[in-house]
Design a protein around this ligand. Structure first.
Ligand SMILES: CC(C)(COP(=O)(O)OP(=O)(O)OC[C@H]1O[C@@H](n2cnc3c(N)ncnc32)[C@H](O)[C@@H]1OP(=O)(O)O)[C@@H](O)C(=O)NCCC(=O)NCCS
Length: 383
């Protein structure tokens, strides 16, 4: 048998790396394939990425046939801020019946290579999946097939869980995607749950302004939101401060489709206090392109944007000094109202860390249901 795992160090190998995911998900009705040229460009840039740590891509070959992929990222920011020496694996894919090697053999070869790479980078723990960053494609799909992954979330075949667990990984935490209809069965707008509305109405903070984002001054407003993200999320498990450049790179492309009323910002005497950020779920349109950035694929995706029904509640944050004031409820109330005014009929909230009790308390008390669950696994590298 000629199973090898090689570093992806040439454009030709990067093409073969990309071909694995394309092959696995081409017939999967739940999958939202990324636009291939954009993914290629992003992977190339992250392979070089000095500031965020380089993304090391590994490809399993059975003879001349690509049969699996994995990535390893040593997150220096995580080490600095959380005091844990963790390497994250991502892009874990194993082709079914792709060569003469069995799937468990390919998975073992990939994880042996990933462990060895992670050790060479100085990591003490291997955790994942996490493809790009904490807020993008984190966790392995463990429930929710038959639904589509939301914006910034991944998707995997059901067979991966057993493959991963057989490699000695144990669950670290889950991250959850919730949803709920925004209209009643009769097609009327659903009201905010009473307790949330009451808390929103009772907010009493001197100097408080809660407003829609301004598309004309969107960079200013994204910077304001970034300040909340850095200060307000410091105590969120596994969080590390995201550089402004990365924040803008993720946020800016989403704005083209977003109604400003879905983006709520709170200031107190002009200083950042909180935000609630919802976006149309572009996956509902992107799925139509089937990963093809051809004129026809892009046209299909563009046309489908008009039919997006889901508003994705991506982030809610209140600075510690304004917690317990009900400001979170005011922000939620206004953001959801903005989603309704913009015509969305389904609300989804993702990805919420299973350990984040306040946030889970809020969405569960509002009647939202988990429709997808992702699991982050880890294994020690010592011994
Ligand atoms: C999430 C967040 C916006 C909530 O705002 P807050 O001012 O802290 O909220 P409150 O303390 O008023 O609590 C809100 C609700 O959560 C519930 N809650 C709080 N802590 C809880 C816990 N440990 N377990 C269960 N429910 C809890 C409260 O009971 C309250 O419900 P109520 O309105 O029925 O009383 C705020 O804590 C925050 O910014 N956290 C950091 C960022 C974050 O985690 N964002 C979510 C991920 S996007």
């Amino acid at each position: 048998m000629s199973l090898t795992v090689v570093p992806v160090d040439s454009p030709a190998l990067l093409d073969r790396f990309l071909s694995v995911g394309a092959l696995i998900y081409s017939d999967d009705p739940d999958a939202v394939l990324p636009l291939a040229p954009l993914l290629r460009r992003r992977l190339r840039s992250r392979q070089r990425g000095a500031r965020d740590g380089a993304l090391h891509l590994l490809l399993a070959m059975d003879g001349d046939t690509p049969v699996g992929t994995i990535s390893v990222l040593f997150d220096q920011r995580h080490a600095a801020h959380r005091g844990e020496s963790v390497a994250f694996f991502g892009f874990f894919e194993v082709v079914q019946g792709g060569g003469r090697s069995t799937e468990p053999t390919v998975a073992k070869a990939l994880f042996d290579a990933a462990r060895s790479k992670a050790r060479s980078l100085g990591a003490e723990v291997l955790r994942g999946p996490r493809n790009f960053s904490r807020i993008e494609e984190t966790g392995l799909t463990v429930t929710g097939w038959g639904t589509r992954p939301p914006l910034l979330a991944g998707h995997h075949p059901a067979r991966y869980q057993a493959l991963l667990e057989a490699q000695g990984f144990s669950p670290h935490h889950d991250v959850l995607a919730y949803d709920t209809p925004m209209l009643t069965a009769a097609g009327e707008e659903r009201q905010l749950p009473e307790h949330l509305a009451a808390r929103s109405d009772a907010v009493d903070i001197e100097g408080l302004v809660v407003r829609d984002a301004s598309m004309l001054r969107i960079v200013r407003d994204l910077k304001l939101a970034h300040a909340v993200f850095v200060q307000g999320f410091a105590d969120v498990p596994d969080n590390t401060p995201m550089p402004l450049s990365q924040w803008l790179a993720v946020g800016m492309p989403l704005l083209a489709l977003t109604d400003a009323r879905m983006l709520q910002l709170a200031t107190v005497n002009g200083r950042p206090a909180g935000f609630a950020l919802c976006f149309p779920d572009p996956n509902e349109a992107l799925v139509a392109a089937r990963g093809r950035a051809t004129p026809a694929g892009l046209f299909r995706a563009l046309r489908a944007t008009r039919g997006i029904k889901t508003a994705s509640f991506k982030l809610l944050g209140v600075l510690p000094e304004y917690r317990g004031t009900g400001l979170h409820a005011r922000l939620i109330a206004r953001a959801i109202d903005g989603c309704l005014r913009a015509g969305f009929t389904r609300l989804e909230a993702s990805l919420i860390d299973g350990r984040n009790k306040p946030m889970r308390g809020i969405v569960e008390a509002a009647g939202m249901q988990v429709y997808r669950r992702y699991r982050v696994y880890e294994t020690p590298l010592r011994g």
